[in-house]
Design a protein around this ligand. Structure first.
Ligand SMILES: Cc1cc2nc3c(=O)[nH]c(=O)nc-3n(C[C@H](O)[C@H](O)[C@H](O)COP(=O)(O)O)c2cc1C
Length: 315
């Protein structure tokens, strides 16, 4: 099933202009600034990794504790800690060409001008796709774009007009109206959608009666959000993406190949993973091998044939 002990060719797919040798994508903020995940995980099993969201200036992020465990996953309030675009271009980007997978440059900012400036620099630095993070629940930066469809349209148009990149992704928040936001992003020129970011949440220590995260609230990721994301992917694919022929990265709570396959059947062309790789860095290999075996059992030549193929319930 596996040639050269790498991923099977049955997993080859596309994300807009980007050919992926597997549909698996390392989620923003969970692979390192660029590829630090590669120290513990074999990046060949991922079609692409996403950078930490990069801002114009370096950011320290919030004070500890900024990551805590919950029964259903983890809550984080990192606060977009990142080295800033200049340090990214100088110290990290030179490794891009040496990696065994593509790189999606994630961008955050407080204004259209900031997003455009970082997008142009990251494109020049060699990332193969760009992802606009308009949905971080842990800072105020950029979130107004995610919650206001007309502002989102203006942002996407401005970035679209400033870069050549054929794979401009927009990463949407799960709250609000993801279908409306997706339609606005696609109308303005987004080539793909990432669905979605973490869900706003909070954990309180009953003894001290204080929140466990220093910032109070944070973003929930991991298994608890998965069924909600499956539905969002299904609805956005059905109502927007399939007509517009815009691919979706389904992202949220994927822990094994079944979770990934569910998102593909719901309408995702690629599948993101974050929390699972922190639990077990061999997750990409396990999920890729499980997906390849699933494709064979389904009798398809390519995983892309299974995108958005949910059947009516027989119960
Ligand atoms: C520690 C941590 C840091 C994150 N940082 C970012 C970030 O910088 N930009 C972003 O768009 N999403 C960020 N995310 C959200 C993930 O990319 C992803 O949307 C989320 O974790 C859901 O996927 P999962 O359930 O597979 O983890 C972060 C998530 C975690 C857990």
């Amino acid at each position: 099933m596996f040639r050269n002990s790498g991923p099977s060719s049955i997993l080859h797919t596309r994300l807009a202009a980007l050919p992926l040798h597997t549909p698996l994508v390392g989620a923003a903020g969970t692979c390192g600034v660029l590829d630090e995940l590669g120290e513990v995980s074999d990046l060949r099993w991922l079609g692409a990794i996403t950078t930490k969201s990069i801002t114009p200036q370096p950011r320290q992020g919030h004070a500890p504790w900024r990551v805590v465990e919950t029964r259903a996953g983890m809550l984080n309030a990192i606060g977009l800690a990142n080295p800033g675009v200049e340090a990214f271009v100088q110290s990290h980007a030179p490794r891009i060409g040496t990696l065994p997978c593509h790189v999606i440059g994630s961008i955050a900012g407080g204004s259209i001008q900031e997003f455009v400036a970082v997008a142009v620099s990251m494109e020049q630095a060699g990332v193969q796709a760009l992802e606009l993070n308009v949905s971080c629940p842990n800072t105020s930066d950029g979130c107004h774009f995610g919650s206001d469809s007309s502002l989102l349209g203006e942002l996407v148009k401005a970035v679209r007009g400033s870069v050549k990149c054929g794979s401009l992704l927009v990463k949407l928040p799960p709250d609000g109206d993801p279908v409306r936001a997706a339609a606005a992003a696609v109308e303005a020129g987004a080539n793909a959608l990432t669905l979605c970011n973490t869900f706003p949440g909070m954990q309180i220590d009953p003894d001290s009666r204080t929140p466990t995260l220093s910032r109070g609230s944070g973003g929930l990721s991991g298994p608890g959000i998965h069924p909600i994301v499956v539905r969002i992917v299904y609805e956005v694919h059905r109502q927007v993406a399939s007509h517009a022929r815009v691919p979706i990265i389904g992202l949220g709570g994927v822990m094994d190949w079944r979770d990934a396959a569910e998102l593909i059947v719901a309408g995702a062309s690629a599948v993101g993973m974050g929390t699972a790789m922190m639990v077990d860095p061999s997750t990409p290999q396990r999920v890729a091998q499980g997906l390849a075996a699933w494709c064979q059992r389904q009798g398809v030549r390519s995983i892309s044939e299974l995108v958005g193929t949910m059947q009516s319930s027989t119960h």
